[in-house]
Write a protein of this length. Structure first.
Length: 62
């Protein structure tokens, strides 16, 4: 999964502060976050346990 914040409908909104991407990534320019398929189950478990924020990414329409 590649998450490019510029492609999110909530880009540069107040939701960014509570997004998983911002919690785990020290932003270097506008680099997208890459989450490998084998990492997704562990991330999901952390989120379900309340130990990591959820991913707020929503693909822009169009």
């Amino acid at each position: 999964m590649i998450i490019d914040c510029k492609e999110c409908e909530m880009y540069q909104s107040s939701h960014c502060q509570d997004c998983f991407v911002m919690a785990v990534l020290t932003r270097r320019g506008d680099e997208p976050l890459v989450i490998e398929a084998d990492q997704e189950p562990a991330i999901s478990r952390l989120q379900q346990a309340g130990l990591a924020p959820v991913l707020m990414f929503r693909q822009k329409a169009g």
